[in-house]
Design a protein around this ligand. Structure first.
Ligand SMILES: *[C@@H]1O[C@H](CO)[C@@H](O)[C@H](O)[C@H]1NC(C)=O
Ligand SMILES: *[C@@H]1O[C@H](CO)[C@@H](O)[C@H](O)[C@H]1NC(C)=O
Ligand SMILES: *[C@@H]1O[C@H](CO)[C@@H](O)[C@H](O)[C@H]1NC(C)=O
Ligand SMILES: *[C@@H]1O[C@H](CO)[C@@H](O)[C@H](O)[C@H]1NC(C)=O
Ligand SMILES: *[C@@H]1O[C@H](CO)[C@@H](O)[C@H](O)[C@H]1NC(C)=O
Ligand SMILES: *[C@@H]1O[C@H](CO)[C@@H](O)[C@H](O)[C@H]1NC(C)=O
Length: 232
């Protein structure tokens, strides 16, 4: 059990230095960092009058943060990102006392830009709002959130649309932190509590001391044994 905790902590530390973060919002210093793969799963009316289902992947390398619309406030933050002709997504984060969460995810696509055979040329909207009891994205303050596996956000509009996220890492509500690096991560696979960090660091230090001590004692015994042999 302790070993698992220690390993988890080491793994978390290993992820802290993520380079090339895709989207950054500034307020004096970088106050919101995010990187993830995003797919939109939706249906549309095609020009041959059939209904088609498509999995559209947002082209990360074409995206740009809309810094005039993005913001970091005390209890609410928004990342707005545009790409190509009239496509956009917005992610909201809300903060309460000691934690924050991803609260909304809105994708708006220009049908004639993204689809080749759409009958309508309007916008396709996918809207997700966090359900009251959903804690999938809850993150302790001053930590980042990390999740490798796919997470599906169902549209709240009951249209069967969804947003599929993977390789997610984000950190909102940073204050006076000039580093463009994610802080220690809460991983979606661990039932992680921040109080456990100092305990685990302490435990791993104790474990290290014990290992060094054992190595020292074993080494000395060997040396002594060899010493007697030499005398004989
Ligand atoms: C973006 O990535 C896609 C495939 O991942 C590639 O085809 C395209 O050329 C890239 N565009 C730019 C501007 O780098
Ligand atoms: C939607 O895409 C089409 C084709 O790329 C473009 O002509 C049009 O201006 C775009 N609409 C908006 C609102 O950007
Ligand atoms: C987060 O970090 C800031 C600045 O270091 C600190 O003032 C604040 O108390 C921390 N919040 C929590 C919940 O630990
Ligand atoms: C949408 O745009 C395409 C090509 O630009 C056009 O052929 C089609 O008639 C338009 N559909 C509607 C409903 O305006
Ligand atoms: C999302 O929708 C799918 C299919 O409609 C359903 O199986 C799944 O349980 C839904 N997930 C949540 C978290 O509501
Ligand atoms: C996309 O949505 C459709 C309809 O809700 C569903 O049948 C399909 O499994 C979804 N695809 C993925 C990759 O989740």
């Amino acid at each position: 059990m302790k070993l698992i905790v220690i390993l988890a902590i080491i793994l978390c530390y290993g992820r802290v230095n993520a380079d090339d973060i895709e989207w950054i919002v500034y307020k004096d210093s970088p106050c919101l960092l995010a990187d993830m793969n995003i797919k939109a799963n939706f249906s549309y009316n095609a020009s041959d009058s059939s209904v088609k289902n498509i999995l559209y992947e947002i082209p990360k390398n074409l995206t740009k943060v809309d810094s005039s619309m993005s913001y970091c406030n005390e209890s609410e933050s928004l990342l707005a990102v545009n790409w190509s002709n009239g496509n956009r997504f917005e992610v909201s984060f809300s903060k309460n006392n000691k934690s924050y969460e991803l609260s909304k995810f809105h994708i708006s696509l220009n049908a004639s830009d993204v689809l080749k055979d759409s009958f309508d040329n309007g916008t396709i909207e996918i809207m997700y709002e966090r359900l009251i009891n959903d804690s999938s994205f809850d993150t302790p303050a001053n930590f980042s959130f990390h999740c490798t596996r796919e997470q599906i956000l169902n549209s709240t509009k009951n249209d069967g649309f969804s947003i599929i996220l993977s390789q997610v890492q984000f950190e909102a509500f940073r204050s006076n932190n000039k580093d463009k690096k994610f802080s220690l991560a809460k991983d979606c696979e661990s039932n992680f509590k921040p109080d456990i960090v100092p305990i685990a660091v302490g435990l791993s230090l104790i474990a290290l001391i014990i290992i060094v001590l054992i190595a020292y004692i074993v080494g000395r015994r060997r040396q002594q044994a060899r010493g007697y042999l030499n005398i004989m």
